[in-house]
Design a protein around this ligand. Structure first.
Ligand code: OAD
Length: 248
């Protein structure tokens, strides 16, 4: 493990353009549960029942009650952890240019990263399904479910449900930064959801080094990633940044 941490620090030291791709694992240490694996949301719920657009359209009350209300509660209280903070330091050092995140919690921006592509949209805003007015999630009154816009339309998260398209701008920019980077840090994603999981493949094909940080191996491990640093993201990022400091 120490060797891999040193490798990562050296790779980052030599890099000119670093991109990070993050998933739910990056926010676990902020108290936000992942989707898959132990304690994951999809252990408790069937994603097709609570996170597919057709389910939401069919029964918004059920999806708000089962999923969205709890997410609001957890995300409202969450604060950036050492993984988010490490990525901010990496940007301040002039190494990290862009974070592509599958997370909708806004923690990378709260920590201070300035270029964050929200691949699956954001939970920070709700939008009216009738008039498309956007309302900040923290201002949404959830005493009645589903919450409604002033026009009477139902509010939904400004995030991507299963069965919906990825925002075109996010997809286009992600492909671009994946193509342009020389190192991609892939942090806390199981890499099973497409097209996000394709970004390390795009980066690899363009010649980038792919460094995975995850306590478990994933579909990328040993094939697309050059190496996996096994461990929780906050701790691993702290150790990499301490090694990088010593090299700069
Ligand atoms: P997953 O829940 O699929 O994967 C979480 C990953 O985090 C797993 O590989 C874990 O091993 C890893 N992990 C666990 N603890 C960790 C820690 N402390 N530090 C680092 N990693 C840790 O989450 P995603 O890959 O983000 O999409 O899931 C992708 C998409 O599936 C989500 O954006 C969401 C979901 O359904 C939509 O809702 C559209």
């Amino acid at each position: 493990m120490d060797d891999l941490i040193r490798n990562a620090a050296e790779d980052l030291c030599g890099a000119k353009r670093v991109t990070a791709l993050t998933g739910a694992g990056a926010s676990i240490e902020s108290g936000i549960p992942p989707f898959r694996g132990k304690g994951g949301l999809w252990e408790k719920y069937d994603p097709m029942e609570v996170a597919h657009i057709d389910s939401f359209l069919q029964d918004p009350v059920k999806v708000w009650n089962l999923l969205i209300k709890d997410m609001k509660d957890v995300i409202d209280r969450a604060k950036p952890n050492d993984c988010h903070k490490g990525l901010v330091k990496l940007e301040e050092l002039g190494k990290l240019q862009t974070v592509i995140t599958q997370n909708i919690d806004g923690l990378h921006q709260m920590a201070g990263n300035t270029d964050v592509i929200e691949f699956h949209g954001t939970f920070a805003w709700q939008r009216c399904m009738e008039c498309n007015t956007h309302v900040e999630t923290r201002r949404v009154d959830i005493s009645t479910i589903p919450p409604r816009c002033d026009c009477g339309g139902i509010l939904r998260p400004n995030a991507v449900f299963f069965g919906e398209m990825i925002p075109q701008e996010a997809l286009w920019r992600s492909r671009q930064v994946a193509t342009d980077c020389d190192v991609m840090l892939v942090i806390g994603t199981s890499a099973v959801v497409q097209p996000a999981a394709l970004m390390p493949v795009v980066a690899k094909e363009s010649g980038a080094k792919i460094i995975e940080i995850n306590p478990e191996s994933t579909l990328l491990t040993g094939d697309i990633s050059d190496y996996l640093i096994k461990g929780p993201a906050g701790d691993v990022m702290n150790r990499i940044m301490a090694n990088l400091d010593a090299l700069l």
